[in-house]
Write a new protein. Sequence first.
Length: 434
Amino acid sequence: MNSPYNEALGATLIERTKRERIVIVGVTLPGRNDDDTEMGLDELALLIDTAGADEAGRMMQRRDSPDHTWYIGKGKAEELRDLCLAVDADTVVFDNELAPAQQYNLEKLLGRTALDRTAVILDIFAQNAHTLEGKAQVELALLRYRLPRLRRGANAKLSQQRGGVGSRFGSGETKLEVDRRRIMRRISKLESDLRELQHTRDLQRKSRSRSGLAAVTIVGYTNAGKSALLNQLTQAGVLVEDRLFATLDPTTRRLALPGGEPVLLTDTVGFVRRLPHGLVEAFKSTLEVASNADFLVHVVDCAAPDPEGQIAAVREVLVEIDAIQVPDLLVFNKADVAPEVAADLVARHPGSVAVSARTGEHIEMFLRVLADRLRAITAVVELVVPYDRGDVLAAIHREGEVVSTFHDTDGVRVRARLSDASAGRLAEFRVALE
């Protein structure tokens, strides 16, 4: 296992002999309250559990601004050191983003690895990447994260003396400049490889576009049930686990709507609050499946502690990837688990639907609403097709929804809802609507 990917991940592929014990830390800054911080720590606890570690304790502090040196201030950092000793913690993880210097100073004071939320999310992505593109994207994000954290000194070896979550984000080796140059060369190579993979993805996307089928992408918070919905609708057989970021690689399947019109339905990586910008950049080509879609199905876990917060977090990411302008349908999943909450959310979001991807409850209603919404954004065009062009008639039926047909003297006059791509390819047969 000496591939550059494995080397970049450090201990990601090393079997852990025990689950790490981690103390998590949250800081309440202006504009947030302690409930927000507590909710953030609850989610961080889920993240470290997904990464393969256990919460050993937690600490919170209110501050007007982060301390420049330790983020929480020296006195609180000393309390944190005592807590780590008391609970026998291996690692400390902050829910806030640590600057490299703050991470270094904390490790020096605590005598153990200090990480932030970004590192944990990168760790999970590293464990779940399976395709060539997925691995390259994760490695790029990992190396960009590690580069400013390379340093000399005794605690440069802290993370490398042990396996676990912290090991792949350690300080780096003592051959500082050599390592820095090596990482920069590797980053350049990965960027080049990803550009080539992006070109291949663009060709595949253009091929799908030429098919004339509407592209519908499922988006949503991680573990909201996106893959379960895809499986319920298409029997795609995508891995479904009750864990964060189980799906990283997009999966596309053909789906026939109630009226018979087919669409391409794609499941993609889940979002999370404060999704690291480095991951958004590294996974840009994967996330473009949302920004290039004709329509989004936004899946929300109505049984989650804060569904509205999840909606807001997903929309923040959609803004960042230039997908917020794509029309969408809110789908509140897990209605079988929280039916009253689901009903309340649907009432607060007119036009939304509540379903259970697990049981299939209300799936037919969802499909009818989706079909109606797609019809509303799909233009009706009129075409006159010569009687000897059965291939064109077949394409219209295959790629769109036929509204009406009339046999005229010069051919079959067809009114149909077609995507822009299909209408463009059939432009020579189009006539003005009468």
